[in-house]
Design a protein around this ligand. Structure first.
Ligand code: PEP
Ligand code: MN
Length: 345
């Protein structure tokens, strides 16, 4: 029986355990919302030295006591074998592997070895780089001895401006679900958003996609938090968020919905097959263009023409109410494949 049920399975608690009083206040507020697992980081991986790096072993007892006092299980991050030793010594119930650790197979293996002989369930955050293989590899190492493993989608590092602190790239957890359907996946909207106003809508998106639950950073006084202050919410905000979550299931739909889906899906199948025909026809023409370019000594990349194609399809997209960045992405792929065909023929 999975530990991470019922759906939505919720883990909540501060980014970091800061003091006995802080984790106790968080636990009291959170347990009133019905949540059964309390999180709190003891060792915080920080980009720059000198920031709050966690209270370490001292906090393990406070976390454990806060969990006991409120009837909640506890979870904390481990990044090496030493951390696992502390977790076992104080009876913390569950551990998570942080994003910076998941990307390092040496550390993941060290943690897997340190956990051998115990039944501690492990949560595996996605690595910072958007590589499903690294995430899957870490899960495989930890699940190798039959341990319960659950994935946590916390977004991905990217360079540049964005609404989010970490890009969601939803297609990566979707790929994980396809490859490892037996592994439950939670969403961590706090680290994706990086900003408390985004937590609710990200949580709702994750539920619409069929995630199994959420890991949310909750602090009794978020503005005073020693780490990740901007993204933490209060226990009262957590209660409001959980109360408003719209859930969807995966059970077979009724006869009427099933008939509607069948008919719409056969329309989609027909369109997909036309899309393939059109792409194949386009590629043939592109090949012919490639030959003309080669004979006349023209470069494959013709930036002026490419700009005008992009401008035209974007204008058409706007007329048809299609998202411009979606169409740009599709045509970037088409153009790349087309250039590759002209180069490699
Ligand atoms: C955290 O959960 O507080 C944390 C540091 O997470 P991540 O490893 O996803 O950055
Ligand atoms: Mn955090």
């Amino acid at each position: 029986m999975s530990k991470f049920v019922p759906r939505p399975f919720i883990i909540a608690g501060p980014c970091g355990v800061e003091s006995r009083e802080q984790i106790m206040a968080a636990a009291e507020g959170i347990s009133r919302t019905g949540v059964r697992m309390l999180r709190g980081g003891l060792w915080k991986p920080r980009t720059h030295p000198g920031s709050f790096e966690g209270v370490g072993e001292a906090g393990a007892q406070w976390l454990r006591d806060a969990g006991k006092a409120t009837g909640m299980e506890t979870a904390t991050e481990v990044a090496n074998a030493k951390h696992v030793e502390v977790v076992l010594k104080y009876g913390i119930d569950t551990v998570w592997i942080g994003a910076r650790t998941t990307g390092n197979p040496f550390l993941v293996q060290e943690i897997a070895d340190a956990l051998k002989g115990t039944e501690l369930p492990v949560l595996v955050k996605n690595p910072l780089v958007p590589d499903p293989e690294l995430w899957i590899g870490a899960i495989e190492r930890l699940a190798a001895d039959g341990r319960q493993v659950c994935a946590v989608h916390r977004g991905f590092y990217f360079y540049g401006e964005s609404l989010y602190r970490n890009a969601p790239f939803w297609q990566i957890p979707v790929e994980l679900r396809r490859r490892m359907p037996e592994i439950p996946i939670l969403c961590d909207p706090s680290h994706i958003g990086g900003e408390r106003s985004l937590v609710k809508s990200l949580s709702q998106q994750a539920m619409a996609l069929g995630f199994d639950g959420l890991m949310i950073e909750v602090h009794p006084d978020p503005d005073k938090a020693l780490s990740d202050a901007a993204q933490q919410i209060t226990p009262a905000e957590l209660a409001q968020l959980l109360g408003s979550l719209k859930m969807r299931g995966n059970s077979a739909p009724g006869a009427e919905a099933a008939a509607a889906l069948d008919s719409l899906r056969s329309d989609i199948d027909r369109i997909d097959s036309s899309l393939i025909d059109l792409l194949a026809e386009r590629m043939k023409i592109s090949e012919a263009i490639g030959e003309v370019k080669e004979k006349s000594g023209l470069t494959v990349l013709q930036t002026g023409r490419w700009n005008s194609v992009l401008a035209k399809v974007r204008a058409l997209a706007q007329e048809k109410d299609l998202d411009e960045s979606f169409i740009t992405e599709v045509f970037n792929l088409i153009h790349r494949a087309s250039m590759e065909r002209q180069i490699n023929k």
